[in-house]
Ligand binder design. Structure first.
Ligand code: S3P
Length: 437
């Protein structure tokens, strides 16, 4: 565990470029592995979570290599994944676990999934349930968690599944199983979640129908599907950019450009909420990269004001609440959030982890069952943590959020470990230094 103290920061300035989108990076490797032939990926996030996906796909027969700045994947084709010889170690990554379980479910192979202490606490029942309906069988640990063994079913049975939780991971697990299932596999999404799976599968030549039925999205894949290899450009991760957008908003004097930020409407909620709070975020050079809307963001310091966050926006910023809480702690007035039950089952219980971390840093807040109510400090820096270390619970986003809090504090913030940051944002510390923190 590498503890680190984040000191009060001078203005953040200049231009930085955040690494590739984590969700798109996982899917690039998986879909490349399911295509017959070679796909080339540029801008792949080389974080530990994505590398766990790469290792698992290699163990099931795909060839995945770095080639200069790019990555190349030689896929085995849908239906041809090999039985892995050893347990698949998913590290900290829920996305790797749940999406790969979907892939294995419709192949005639079995696989064991293991993960770190954080991942081993996270619920897998949400994917076990639909994949069992498709014919796969599972032996999870008590409580439906990792480590688990699973046996895929070939041929699997197509299902129509309504998502009981707003989760792109569950949606994607079912759709990926559908790729090797004869017939039409249907997922009904009462609340739209990130749509990278649907967009990218189309790019790989798969027919994916999406219809709106009275506000619900009905998504169908036709299996068995053939994936055509393709070249992918991964845009910068809005979830990573969010830390710098909040940091530049709350550190006085900042004027920072964050280049190449993905702004898919199912992901950009944080920027809309910061806008409502009075942030100064200008979109420059709006364009399409790899079929996704992208812009450079110029973020200048601004006095934020507290707001009531509409729970309808939650799925489009589900990973950004920890850093939004930091923005709220420095805003003028009260910020109320609700509808955040899912935050309790992320890499940590992000409501209780952020509540404890912010209270220890001198912030006044109330933790509710499904959200936090935060009293902003107005223009003043928060106190910081003079004598105690923030517990990050193996959660990269708690570590980075409290890093941002430290930049806008009086005494600095010490976190117990910056190691988890490498799961999603390996050059976070280097970019902070580059921006002048
Ligand atoms: C992800 C979906 C989200 C998100 C995670 C990545 C994805 O999880 O929290 O970081 O790539 O599909 P849920 O779909 O479970 O909310």
């Amino acid at each position: 565990m590498t503890a680190h103290r984040f000191a009060p920061s001078p203005p953040l300035t200049g231009r930085i470029r955040v690494p590739g989108d984590k969700s798109i990076s996982h899917r690039s490797l998986m879909f490349g592995a399911l295509a017959v032939g070679r796909s080339r990926i540029s801008g792949l996030l080389e974080g530990e979570d994505v590398l766990a996906t790469a290792a698992a796909l290699r163990a099931m027969g795909a060839t995945i290599e770095r080639d200069g700045e790019d990555w190349v994947v030689d896929g085995v084709g849908v239906g041809s994944l090999l039985q892995p010889a050893q347990a698949l170690d998913m590290g900290n990554s829920g996305t790797s676990t749940r999406l790969l379980m979907g892939l294995v479910a419709a192949h005639g192979i079995s696989a064991a999934f293991t993960g770190d202490a954080s991942l081993s606490k996270r619920p897998m029942g949400r994917v076990i349930d639909p994949l069992s309906l498709m014919g796969a069988s599972f032996t999870p640990s008590p409580g439906g968690t990792l480590p688990l063994m699973m046996e895929g079913m070939q041929p699997a049975v197509p299902i129509t599944f309504r998502l009981p939780v707003a989760s792109a991971q569950v949606k994607s697990a079912v759709l990926l199983a559908g790729l090797n299932t004869p017939g039409i596999t249907t997922v009904i999404e009462p609340v739209p979640t990130r749509d990278h799976t649907e967009r990218m599968l189309r790019g790989f030549g798969v027919t994916v129908d999406v219809e709106d039925h009275g506000g619900e999205r009905v998504i169908r894949v036709h299996g068995p599907a053939d994936l055509t290899p393709c070249d992918i450009v991964v845009p910068g991760d809005p979830s990573s950019a969010a830390f710098f957008a909040v940091a530049a908003s709350v550190v006085p004097g900042s004027d920072l450009v964050i280049e190449n930020v993905g702004l898919n409407p199912t992901r950009d909620g944080i920027f809309r909420v910061l806008d409502q709070m009075g942030a100064s975020i200008e979109k420059l050079d709006e364009r399409l990269v790899g079929g996704e809307p992208v812009a450079d963001l110029r973020v200048r310091h601004a006095q934020l004001k507290g707001i009531e966050v509409d729970p309808a926006i939650v799925p489009s910023m589900v990973d950004e609440f920890p850093v939004l809480f930091v923005a709220a702690a420095l805003a003028e007035g009260r910020t109320v959030t609700s509808g955040l039950d899912e935050l309790r089952v992320k890499e940590s219980d992000r409501l209780s982890a952020m509540a404890a971390a912010l209270i220890a840093a001198g912030v006044t807040l109330e933790e509710r069952e499904d959200g936090l109510v935060i009293e902003g400090s107005g223009a003043k820096p928060i106190r910081g943590t003079a004598n105690n270390r923030t517990q990050t619970h193996l959660d990269h986003r708690i570590a980075m959020s409290m890093a941002v809090a430290g930049l806008a504090s009086r005494d600095g913030v010490e976190v117990d470990s910056i190691d988890p940051i490498a799961t999603s944002f390996p050059n976070f510390m280097a970019l902070l230094a580059e921006a002048g923190a």
